[in-house]
Design a protein around this ligand. Structure first.
Ligand SMILES: [Zn+2]
Length: 276
């Protein structure tokens, strides 16, 4: 290489880097993406940040949850702020393995309800409070099981995730309704409601649970409802579809997940199944 060429190269470098910095910014992704993570686990990704809730990952394997044992990888969370939330400590909603992820997100981005299963630096979700967790704002209620149910605002999307707040049996009807009523009293426009509608190791979809889920839909008026809390891989799809059909018959819009790892887009009040 001649001296002239070397000098030309040296002079050219700042021009090249300047051109690089002046390149138009890449258009931001405006898609709201949802991915079903199994049982009551969901990943909701908005342009402003994402929310991982009740993801149990590999712990779910013993519950015959299906072939996709890992439905979300930490590397998928690295391009925007994230809130990692467990509604309570039961092992169909929380896995200690999740805390390995917590090391890579800023302080204040990890929270859980129920008897504190988390590290000392993480947030504990108390019932009937409003807190900010990373990019998400939460409004909580006391679950009829353990921990909390909640409304979460992430980006422009508001979700209701019941955790294990459900009308498990008729006898708890009053407690169940009171907490749903509390969230309804906040007057927030709910985009998507995630409601438990099955219980136990056989994932029974009981009339009591369905009554409770329908009550939550009627009070919170989500644009779309998604059934959850079926961990029996063999009957998952049919249980969810039966609930969605019942909700539709009652005049509501509901979408039934078919597989763990399945993705959906949400826009203008519509939840659309994506093909991967
Ligand atoms: Zn549960």
């Amino acid at each position: 290489m001649t001296l002239q060429v070397l000098m030309a190269f040296a002079l050219a470098r700042p021009i090249v880097s300047q051109a690089t910095t002046q390149r138009p910014a890449v258009t931001r992704d405006t898609t709201v993406l949802l991915r079903y993570l199994g049982n009551s686990g969901w990943w909701i990704r908005t342009p402003a940040g994402s929310l991982v809730i009740d993801y149990v990952g590999r712990n779910a394997a013993r519950d015959n949850i299906g072939p996709r044992l890992v439905a979300l990888r930490p590397s998928e969370l690295s391009d925007r702020p994230v809130a990692i939330i467990a509604t309570h400590e039961h092992d169909d909603h929380f896995a200690t393995g999740l805390l390995a992820w917590a090391d890579s997100v800023p302080r204040g981005s990890v929270a859980a309800g129920g008897p504190s299963p988390l590290r000392p630096q993480d947030m504990r979700l108390e019932p009937r409070t409003s807190v900010t967790v990373g990019p998400a704002r939460l409004w909580t209620i006391r679950s009829t099981d353990s921990g909390v149910g909640l409304l979460a605002r992430i980006g422009d999307v508001t979700i209701y995730h019941a955790g294990d707040h459900a009308r498990w049996v008729d006898e708890i009807d009053g407690d169940y309704r009171a907490e749903v009523d509390h969230l309804a009293s906040l007057g927030m426009a709910v985009d998507i409601a995630f409601v438990p509608m099955a219980m136990g190791s056989r994932c029974n979809a009981t009339e009591s649970l369905r009554t409770g889920a329908m009550y939550a839909i009627a009070r919170l008026k989500p644009r779309v409802t998604v059934p959850m809390h079926v961990r029996c891989g063999g009957v998952m799809g049919e249980r969810y579809q039966a609930f969605a059909d019942a909700a539709s018959a009652a005049g509501y819009t509901a979408v039934a997940p078919r597989a763990i790892g399945e993705e959906f887009s949400y826009a203008e009040g519509r939840l659309t199944r994506r093909t991967r």
